[in-house]
Every structure is written in structure tokens, then in C-alpha cells.
Write a protein that binds this ligand. Structure first.
Ligand code: AMP
Ligand code: ZN
Length: 486
């Protein structure tokens, strides 16, 4: 398997420390607001990576943190704590908002078929480990104290900024603003003192005074505690490469004399047409916003599958519409193939299987694998049974719930219906599963459509939407989906 390693800025053969086992860390959400679909793109990339590793026979241990303290509004160590700021805005306690947005985040992951990590770890649950790490850095002479906290002296390290390429090195020099008393521009806070004139909701005793840990320190303590050092893969969004991840590497190198992780992988950003999508700028789209527009979360997953994780992706109504239509076509196809009769496997079948593995194992070329899947579905040399089997196999990576699409006995029904049973999607062609009120509206809408009364049929569609259902017409089929309540 080949992956792109940001440390050497090249694709290279992936070799884990222990054969067939991968220890992996992903920077988790800062839980002061809803995750936007940009954030979720990064978690989707990490989910794909984990699935591809599993597909290649690796056992993966994924650790993800919850940043519930210490992430400041500015990279320069001078801003406010995002959580404390969020709590003030919402007039709730920091602990309450952290819990609320953590729960919400987990729901988002579930809607996107992103499996939860093996270990969740909260920054506030590992304060002692972080203090120990800072003590170690102090013992080794890498720290100094100024009026607002304990800082890491980057000049003491032979090579600070291991993730920077030459162009980034000069760009970054100008980007890290000065905190007045800092010794070097790139130095960063390990422990910040609580402001004298203000009582913080989250603060702890430490050998240096009451305060809270720096964001970059948290991730080192949490990853090493759960994965040891070095571990195999550390991932996050591309914005973390420049400062956060360099600072993680610097601390681990200073404290333990080791590289924190052998591979560093970064997902590119999702942007809006003319602006960045960021929580701090307030221009965000969430899964809930998409749902209000009638877009299903898995259509967003499809959109991300169709774009390589190292390419920028611009979100637009057209791109999501295209993804939703393609996904519906895939479901129809899966539905159609689901009652095919068993046949032997041909050579072509094996070729597709091998090609698929090659695509996904080439630095997660999922868009290539998806395009190949469409070719496979059109291939006349394959039996329907083989196509269905391949589709089910590929969906171990895609995660689009194709396996749950099965036709009922009466498979000449014109309906493809998705309902949720115990929160799991179930597909059927049997209209009787719908609540009576929805079923009657669907039938009434069919009649209006037959009579070409489009306006009336749209009105009925709106009524159906209000009841929490979505209706889409696709060829000669009608797709009906139950919205998840978020
Ligand atoms: P945060 O909750 O701000 O700590 O960010 C969570 C994750 O989302 C991090 O890995 C970020 O790098 C990533 N991220 C932030 N904005 C975007 C974006 N517009 N597109 C993709 N990933 C993003
Ligand atoms: Zn992190």
C-alpha cells in the first residue's frame, strides 16, 4: 500500500511498526460549535484510510481526541479559549457545551457511516499527563516562563518545523504573530496562566500556577498515552500541518528523543465558492443544513468519495445535486441487481477486484475506484450476480449502505423506500411500510404526476417533506427516504 507522507512530501510504501497492525491518531473536533461539512470531510478521509487499511488486512487502532479546552482563537497563543468564548455566547457552562457538541458530533459521524474510533479521549481527562509532559520538557531545558504562561523554546531544537517544505518555511515565518515576551517567533505555549482579572470555568493547579494546557501539548500527551511512541499514522486537516502538527513533533522530539509518528497525512479543505468554510468566520454548512435542503448525508459522503482527499473541493449546489443523483442511480442499480441468480465467478470478476484494490491502495485513489465501479456496472461480460457481489465488496470502502438495498418479493414495484429500523437503514420496495398518512400522499402525488399536474404534485411533495420524508423521481422509479431526526 502506498500513502503520501507529509513528512517527506512524497508517496511511499506504507510499512507499519508491527506487522499487520496500525496505530493511528486523528486530531478530533474542538467542541464549541457544530462540526461543519468541511470538518466532516477530514473525518471522512480518515474513515476511508481506516477502511482501506482494514481492506488490506491491517488491524487498526484509531484514537481520536475531543478538544474541550485550550484551543485558542488565534494560532499566536494570544487569543481566547474557543470553549470559554462559546460558553459565554450561549450562556451555558463550558462543560455543558462541550458535552452537547460532542454528542452532536457523534451523531454526525453516524449519519455519514463514519465508524467511531477505538478510543475517544478528552483533553480535560488527561491534564495530569500533559503536566507530566511539560515537566519532562522543563527538565530537559526546553521551556521558559513569561507573564502569560510556560513556553516551548523552538531554538533549542536542532530542526524545528519538520513538516514545512522550503516555501512553507518562509511563508510561516511571517504568519506566526509575536507574543511580546516570546524568545522566538515560533515558540508556543505549553501551559497558559488563567488571566488575573478573570475566573475561567476550566482551570487546574500546576507546578507553574493555575491555568490550562496549550492545544499542541494535549495531542502529544493523548496520543502517546494511548498509542506509545512512535506510532504509525497521525492525521488531520491540512491547516494543522503548518503549526499544530509541527509543534506536536517538536515536543515529542524534545521530551522523548523520538519522532511522534512515522507517517503524517493531511486532508485538503472543503471550500465554498468564494469563501473558506470555517467555524470562526461563521460561514458554515452543517449536515443539518443539508438535510433541511433535502440532501441526504450519504450524498455528501458520495461527493467526498468522488474527490481525492489531497485535492481542494469546492462545495456548490450543483456538486451536491450531482452526487445525490449519482448515489440514487447506484441504489437503483443495486436494487435491480439484488435479486440476480448465482453464477460462477469469471476472470473479469477477479480483474475488477484486483484493480479496485490497486486503486484504493494507491494513496486512497477512491475517485478512481468509484469511476471503475461505474464501468464495472456497465460491463456486459459480467453476470448480474458478479456485479452485485463486487458492489457489495467495494462498499466496504465506500460505506454507502449498498448491502442494505434488497428487493422484496414483489420487486416489480415502482418504489425504492429507505426507512430506519433501530437507527439502521433498511431498503424495501413495499409501500406498506410507510405510515398511512405518507403512503396516501405518495399515491395522491403519483396520480397528480400521471395527470401532469406538476404544481399540485410539488405541493404534495412539500407536505411529505414536512412529515420528515423525501421523495425523488428517478427514471421509472420513485425513491422515498425517511429523514433521520437530527
Ligand atoms: P476543529 O474542530 O476546528 O479543531 O477542526 C476539526 C478538523 O477539521 C481538523 O482536522 C481541521 O483541520 C479540519 N478542518 C477545518 N476546516 C476544514 C475545512 N474547511 N475543510 C476540511 N477540513 C477542515
Ligand atoms: Zn491535534
Amino acid at each position: 500500500m502506498k500513502i503520501y507522507n507529509s513528512l517527506i512530501k512524497k508517496k511511499e510504501e506504507f510499512k507499519p511498526i508491527k506487522e499487520k497492525e496500525v496505530r493511528m491518531y486523528a486530531c478530533g473536533p474542538t467542541v464549541y460549535w457544530f462540526a461543519h461539512i468541511g470538518n466532516l470531510r477530514t473525518y471522512l478521509f480518515e474513515n476511508l484510510l481506516r477502511r482501506v487499511l482494514n481492506y488490506n488486512g491491517y488491524k487498526v487502532k484509531l484514537v481520536m481526541n475531543i478538544t474541550d479546552v485550550g484551543h485558542l482563537t488565534s494560532d499566536s497563543d494570544s487569543g481566547e479559549d474557543k470553549l470559554e468564548k462559546g460558553a459565554k455566547k450561549e450562556r451555558r457552562s463550558v462543560w455543558e457545551i462541550a458535552q452537547f457538541y460532542t454528542d452532536f458530533f457523534k451523531k454526525d459521524l453516524e449519519l455519514l457511516n463514519i465508524d467511531e474510533p477505538d478510543v475517544w479521549v478528552k483533553a480535560t481527562d488527561t491534564i495530569d499527563d500533559q503536566i507530566e509532559l511539560i515537566k519532562e520538557l522543563e527538565k530537559k531545558g526546553f521551556t521558559y516562563i513569561i507573564s502569560d504562561g510556560v513556553y516551548f523554546d523552538t531554538s533549542k531544537l536542532e530542526k524545528y518545523g519538520r513538516l514545512w517544505g522550503d516555501s512553507e518555511r518562509s511563508e510561516m515565518k511571517g504568519r506566526i504573530e509575536e507574543v511580546k515576551e516570546k524568545r522566538n517567533q515560533a515558540d508556543f505555549a505549553l501551559w497558559k496562566f488563567s488571566p488575573k482579572d478573570e475566573k475561567r470555568q476550566m482551570e487546574w493547579e500546576s507546578p507553574w500556577g493555575i491555568g490550562f494546557p496549550g492545544w499542541h501539548t494535549e495531542c502529544v500527551a493523548m496520543s502517546v498515552k494511548n498509542l506509545g511512541i512512535p506510532f504509525d499514522i497521525h492525521c488531520g486537516g491540512i491547516d494543522h500541518l503548518f503549526i499544530h502538527h509541527n509543534n506536536e513533533i517538536a515536543q515529542a522530539e524534545a521530551a522523548y528523543g523520538k519522532l511522534l509518528s512515522n507517517y503524517w497525512m493531511h486532508g485538503e479543505f472543503l471550500n465554498l465558492k468564494d469563501s473558506k468554510m470555517s467555524k470562526s468566520s461563521g460561514t458554515i454548512i452543517t449536515l443539518r443544513t443539508l438535510k433541511q435542503k433535502g440532501v441526504s448525508p450519504l450524498a455528501y459522503r458520495y461527493l467526498c468519495l468522488n474527490n481525492h482527499y489531497r485535492s481542494k473541493l469546492t462545495y456548490s449546489e450543483e456538486s451536491i445535486d450531482f452526487a445525490e443523483n449519482s448515489l440514487n442511480k447506484l441504489y437503483e442499480k443495486a436494487f435491480e441487481l439484488s435479486h440476480s441468480e448465482e453464477t460462477d465467478y469469471s476472470e473479469k470478476y477477479n480483474k475488477y477486484k484486483n484493480d479496485f484494490k490497486e486503486y484504493i491502495s494507491d494513496d486512497l485513489n477512491i475517485p478512481g475506484a468509484l469511476a471503475m465501479t461505474w464501468d464495472m456496472l456497465k460491463d456486459k461480460e459480467l453476470s448480474d450476480f458478479e456485479k452485485h457481489e463486487l458492489l457489495l465488496d467495494f462498499d466496504k470502502i465506500f460505506g454507502l449502505d449498498v448491502a442494505s438495498i434488497k428487493s422484496e418479493e414483489n420487486d416489480n414495484s415502482k418504489y425504492i423506500i429507505k426507512i430506519f429500523k433501530n437507527e439502521l437503514p433498511v431498503w424495501t420496495s413495499n409501500i406498506e411500510v410507510l405510515p398511512q398518512e405518507v403512503k396516501l400522499l405518495i399515491e395522491e402525488r403519483e396520480e397528480k404526476r400521471r395527470n401532469k399536474e406538476w404544481e399540485k404534485s410539488d405541493e404534495i411533495r412539500d407536505k411529505i417533506n414536512k412529515l420528515g420524508w423525501q421523495v425523488e423521481d428517478s427514471g421509472d422509479k420513485t425513491i422515498i427516504k425517511q429523514g433521520l431526526s437530527i
